[in-house]
Design a protein around this ligand. Structure first.
Ligand code: NAD
Length: 474
């Protein structure tokens, strides 16, 4: 289909039409550091038009059945799959991740979206006796504003988009200014499958996000991004009491117990830490290894890091692409330099190559101070500290000693022993012997400052619905 040819034919989607922007955005390929595309961006007037369209489209969309809406979403997912190759290429160009991982992101977005539309939402009978009948019903909120980050723009749009649409809301979707292109293409595909005004897609910077969170015509914000922005979203949403779902940053700990086989688990630990060059909210960002296996775990991880192929996502053997954008690249280099100055041991990586792209090799750090920036902050890049513990109570205390609470994991030959420790993690998800897995039917989201609410599952869908009690006196 011509519309998905890679080129400069990017348009906003407002009221079912392709629209030029009042503004423009330059998009950089992080593997070269150079601008490779320019796309439209929305001014405030265009946000108003999109909100008007979404409000007009809402009653008819709301009044369809769940099955009818699931059918439209299913067709949209099918067209994502049909255009997977072109979308994946564009995703690699703008985001940097290896092409196969870009394809996987699209497959995951389609299958998780379809999975969510198989979750039944039904009224619940709370009481039915001689005196009265009380039913709990669910009705859609209205217009949902969905704001996404740059690390997985298709998958992180698909979850909230499907949640909002399946439950009968209409949508304004805004991607990160660093990765707007695939999301604009999603808007083009959506025009073929949804009535005018149901899905509006506007590219734009943080300003557009702020206008959305303040807009009186938007009823809900589904936000994925940093803790700092999440707090600003919540403060702005308070003025109109918009509902919010906040999927924010993490500083996930993996606790490795004394009975593991270090060589066997190292590839899994490495992948969960470094996939997408560590730019994953639920990546492992701190590894606590028992002193009995500490040296062996460090060495096995360093071995994985030395083997990993870093390069342009378009090269067939690349496993780790560049950092997505220059500010984040400079931030990670700053953390790396501080780490080196602190005297911590760099076991692999650590040297940033010269050149145009934003490449940082996977870096494993041992013997680092618990209070260092690398341990305390969300690094969101390919540099991971390995810390030593001797006592499980101490490990869990240190894992929990953070304002983040997204997810975590415990690794052991004895899953029951590990599960007991995992149940003490102050997180939204605690995995045992794996890390970083989501599905349509399992709620995902953060404890503490890692977020509010959950995505996926019945819980995530109900975040786009308002409960209504109907109480009938007989
Ligand atoms: P960011 O917060 O800078 O930006 C995210 C989005 O919010 C962008 O579209 C941006 O334009 C917009 N925005 C920024 N300020 C805003 C404001 N005041 N009001 C409204 N919108 C605003 O985050 P980022 O750097 O793009 O993404 C990286 C962060 O996202 C990391 O912290 C990562 O952990 C987090 N993240 C969380 C999840 C999750 O599911 N919990 C998933 C992916 C990424």
């Amino acid at each position: 289909m011509a519309l998905l040819e890679i080129g400069t034919d990017f348009t906003l989607t407002i009221d079912g039409q392709g629209v030029a922007g009042s503004l423009t955005l330059d998009v950089i390929n992080p593997a070269t550091g150079r601008v490779f595309a320019t796309c439209p961006a929305a001014g405030r007037d265009q946000l108003d038009r999109a909100v008007d369209a979404a409000r007009r489209a809402f009653p008819a969309w709301r009044d369809l059945s769940y099955e009818q809406r699931a059918d439209r979403i299913g067709r949209f997912c099918q067209s994502l799959r049909e255009h997977q190759d072109a979308l994946a290429y564009l995703l690699t160009m703008e985001q940097g991740k290896p092409l196969q991982q870009a394809k996987d992101e699209i497959t995951r977005a389609a299958s998780q979206s379809e999975g969510m539309t198989r979750i039944p939402i039904a009224p619940q009978l709370l009481e039915d006796n001689d005196q009265r009948r009380i039913e709990l019903q669910w009705f859609p909120l209205g217009v949902a504003g969905i704001i996404t980050p740059w690390n997985a723009p298709i998958n992180l749009a698909a979850g909230p988009l499907t949640s909002a649409l399946y439950t009968g809301n209409t949508v304004i979707l805004k991607p990160s200014p660093f990765t707007p292109l695939c999301t604009l293409k999603l808007g083009e595909l959506a025009r073929e499958h949804f009535p005018h005004g149901v899905v509006n897609v506007l590219a734009g910077g943080d300003d557009l996000g702020r206008w959305m969170t303040e807009h009186p015509g938007i009823d809900k914000i589904g936000f994925t991004g940093s803790v700092e922005s999440g707090k600003a979203v919540m403060a702005a949403a308070a003025k109109t009491l918009k509902r919010v779902t906040l999927e924010l940053g993490g500083n996930d700990a993996a606790i490795v117990l004394d009975d593991v086989d270090p060589k066997a688990i190292a590839p899994k630990l490495f992948f969960a830490s470094f996939v997408n060059s560590g730019q994953v909210c639920m990546a492992i960002k701190r590894i606590y290894a028992h002193e009995r296996v500490y040296d062996a775990v460090c060495e096995a991880l360093a071995e994985e890091a030395r083997k990993a192929k870093v390069g342009s996502g378009l090269e067939p053997d690349t496993q780790l692409g560049p950092i997505q954008n220059r500010p984040q690249y400079e931030r990670v280099i700053g953390i790396l330099e501080e780490t080196k100055r602190s005297g911590a041991r760099i076991l692999a990586g650590g040297e940033v190559p010269k050149g145009d792209g934003y490449f940082i090799p996977p870096t494993i750090v041992a013997d680092i101070d618990e209070h260092s920036r690398l341990v305390r902050e969300e690094q969101f890049g390919p540099i991971v500290p390995v810390l030593k513990f001797s006592d499980e109570d101490d490990a869990i205390r240190r894992a929990n000693d953070t304002r983040y609470g997204l997810s975590g994991s415990v690794w052991s030959r004895d899953p029951d022993r590990a599960a007991a420790l995992a149940s003490r993690m102050e997180v939204g998800t605690a995995w045992v012997n794996h890390h970083r897995a989501t599905s349509a039917t399992v709620p995902f989201g953060g404890a503490k400052e890692s977020g509010i609410g959950r995505v996926y599952s019945e819980m995530g869908l109900k975040a786009y619905l308002e409960p209504r009690v109907v109480s009938v006196l007989k």
